[in-house]
Write a protein that binds this ligand. Structure first.
Ligand code: NAP
Length: 296
């Protein structure tokens, strides 16, 4: 961002493995970070069709890449091609950061860390928190695991109830060494009745559904006639628009709100640190994402 990108024989490469990847804000964010840190590194989008994922994971280190981010639809698919994966990646069943080091392909998942850093940056203490998570897809898996791993009690509600149940059941064995263990997790259907029943005793509500995401900005997972608990923090993983209908409703009730931009930035910052071993220039990354999201 600050200086023209100059690629030479010393440039270290990382990239984004996904399909499609054209609209990602990560190249702008990571290249701004490398420039700010004075590193001769470059982050490139790598559109890889599903049939070529294995070749890509083996080919990138062969080409001298230092690592990669992995996004939809390859996060789960890359797992069998890795030599070792972190505890988070194992529990979540997906890797979104690859590090190529000493001839090994290492996998990490920093979605949960990004989610958590954004939350704790608000001053929220997670241990003992009573959290309601709406939606049970890929991002919910990282959110639920991270919350429970850090001592929050989680109620997971989803349109397809069986999916919420199976997510919770698959995570239970991973929480055996937590003081409250697997009792931290409950699941149910995402209905008006259930939300109304649990709302008053909740400290945090996380929207992990795409409801309210641009261009369908009128969507909202929170039932219109259930008062939002004003003592709770409303956290929407969506970052476009920056204020969703869900966050507007929570704000109108007097609740504190958080959108998905800080999570995006912090998962990028954790990726940067895994690749370079240096602290990430978070402010620069945030500014690059803000600029990219205005232009996009
Ligand atoms: P996903 O795997 O497709 O899961 C979507 C979930 O939303 C599913 O549980 C689905 O329910 C539910 N859902 C979808 N449409 C619904 C509707 N009309 N009514 C009720 N529930 C509905 O998606 P994901 O990868 O978890 O991503 C979810 C959101 O998080 C997206 O907006 C994404 O942009 C955002 N995200 C943000 C970040 C960040 O860094 N800020 C990171 C990851 C994801 P069923 O199971 O019933 O289909």
């Amino acid at each position: 961002m600050d200086r023209p990108l100059c690629i030479d024989g010393h440039t270290q490469l990382v990239g984004l493995l996904g399909y499609p990847v054209e609209h990602s804000l990560s190249p702008a964010m990571q290249n701004a970070a490398f420039a700010a840190a004075g590193l001769n590194w470059c982050y490139v989008p790598l559109p890889v069709a599903p049939v070529a994922v294995k070749e890509a994971v083996f080919g990138l280190p062969a080409l001298g890449f230092r690592g990669a981010n992995v996004t939809i639809p390859h996060k789960q698919v890359v797992m069998p091609y890795l030599d070792a994966v972190s505890e988070e990646a194992q529990a979540i069943g997906a890797a979104n950061v690859l590090v190529f080091k000493d001839g090994r392909r290492l996998g990490y998942n920093v979605d949960g860390m990004g989610f958590l850093t954004a939350l704790t940056s608000l001053g929220v203490r997670v241990r003992g928190l009573r959290a309601l998570v709406l939606g049970a897809g890929g991002s919910a898996r990282a959110v639920v695991y991270t919350l429970a791993r850090n001592g929050a009690a989680v109620m997971l509600l989803n349109r397809t109830q069986e999916r919420a149940e199976s997510l919770v059941e698959s995570l239970r064995p991973r929480l055996m060494d937590e003081p409250m263990g697997s009792s931290l997790l409950k699941s149910g259907p995402l209905t008006r009745e259930v939300v109304a029943e649990v709302a008053s005793g909740i400290d945090l509500v996380v929207n992990t559904t795409p409801l309210g995401m641009s261009p369908h900005e009128q969507g909202n997972p929170w039932p219109a006639d259930v008062p939002f608990p004003r003592q709770a923090v409303a956290y929407d993983l969506i970052y476009a628009p920056r204020e969703t209908s869900f966050l507007r409703l929570a704000k109108a009730a007097g609740a504190q709100t958080l959108n998905g931009l800080p999570m995006l930035v912090y998962q990028g910052a954790h990726s940067f640190e895994l690749w370079t071993g240096q602290p990430a220039p978070v402010e620069t990354m945030y500014a690059a994402v803000l600029e990219g999201s205005i232009q996009g």
